[in-house]
Design a protein around this ligand. Structure first.
Ligand code: ATP
Ligand code: MG
Length: 260
């Protein structure tokens, strides 16, 4: 069975989660860990745009539609088969990766049957990819509901401001509280400028039991790509943000490991 890695990104709003997720996807593709499944699990996110594709339908929309579809369909198609089919149809297929957008999480009402069915279908879908990258909202909703198998690498992103660091600490606490299971933890302190205070970051990493602390600079090329809506895959690999993320990924050896 092929190697499988699940890499999940969470962090403070606006600190580069989507940029980092797109960089992880790009580096995994470069390393031959294809096809990558990119999961846009932040309802307000635009991972599709940063990877140069367009998601037309979210899993949340399919869930709403399926709710009205009743328990079964004429012709012997079960509700599960119908949902599997619709999820497969919503998948955006690009050359080296596929993308699925989760959309809004379900509301507080009890739709346990539908939720479990969706959990099963997403779990089933993700089995056919060697690498999965999940761009999460800060709330960790999708991870805590165990929509994915265990996370191999959890990235918590923040900026170097006092508040950014506090948010990293808080999100780490939240992940612990919610019982998110991960094998490795990396803190990614992004948007670091000359004069930013990075002195205490390795102590923070130790405090939170992180395996690594990655410091990424504010980079004009990434800023321009964001402003102009360019694809991450078109950013030169010498770019310090891409190079930093590649260093992090290389520690995982996603293409060389023979683990299931
Ligand atoms: N290292 C960097 N250097 C320069 N600009 C960056 C860097 N990282 C991210 N950006 C820019 O900052 C903006 C916010 O980044 P991004 O959308 O990735 O953050 P986010 O955490 O996903 O935001 P949201 O919480 O809205 O989902 C984007 O315009 C992006 O291009
Ligand atoms: Mg985002």
């Amino acid at each position: 069975m092929a190697t499988r890695y699940t890499i999940a990104i969470t962090g403070k709003g606006g600190t580069g989660k989507t940029t980092i997720a797109a960089a992880v996807v790009t580096c995994l593709i470069d390393r031959g860990c294809t096809p990558v499944l990119a999961v846009d699990a932040d309802p307000n996110s635009c991972l599709d745009g940063v990877l140069g594709v367009k998601a037309l339908k979210t899993v949340g929309q399919i869930r709403e539609e399926s709710r009205d579809a009743g328990a079964g369909q004429p012709g012997g198609v079960s509700k599960r088969e119908l949902i599997e089919l619709r999820i497969a149809e919503s998948l955006v297929e690009a050359e080296d990766f596929d993308l699925i957008a989760m959309g809004r999480p379900e509301g507080p009402g009890c739709y346990c049957y539908a939720n479990n069915l969706f959990g099963d279908c997403i779990g089933e879908l993700s089995k056919s990819y060697p690498c999965i990258v999940i761009d999460n909202e800060a709330g960790l909703e999708n991870l805590s509901r165990r929509l994915y198998r265990q996370v191999d690498l959890l990235l918590i992103a923040g900026d170097p401001s006092k508040r950014g660091i506090e948010t990293i600490r808080r999100l780490h606490g939240l992940a612990e509280e919610m019982g998110v299971e991960y094998a490795r933890l990396a803190l990614v302190v992004n948007l670091v400028r000359d004069g930013s205070n990075t002195r205490d970051l390795s102590a923070l990493g130790q405090e939170l039991g992180a395996d690594s602390v990655l410091i990424l600079p504010f980079d004009p090329e990434i800023a321009r790509a964001g402003e102009e809506g360019l694809r991450m895959q078109d950013v030169p690999r010498t770019n310090p943000v891409l190079a930093g993320i590649d260093g992090l990924i290389s520690g995982l050896d996603p293409a060389g490991d023979t683990r299931d």
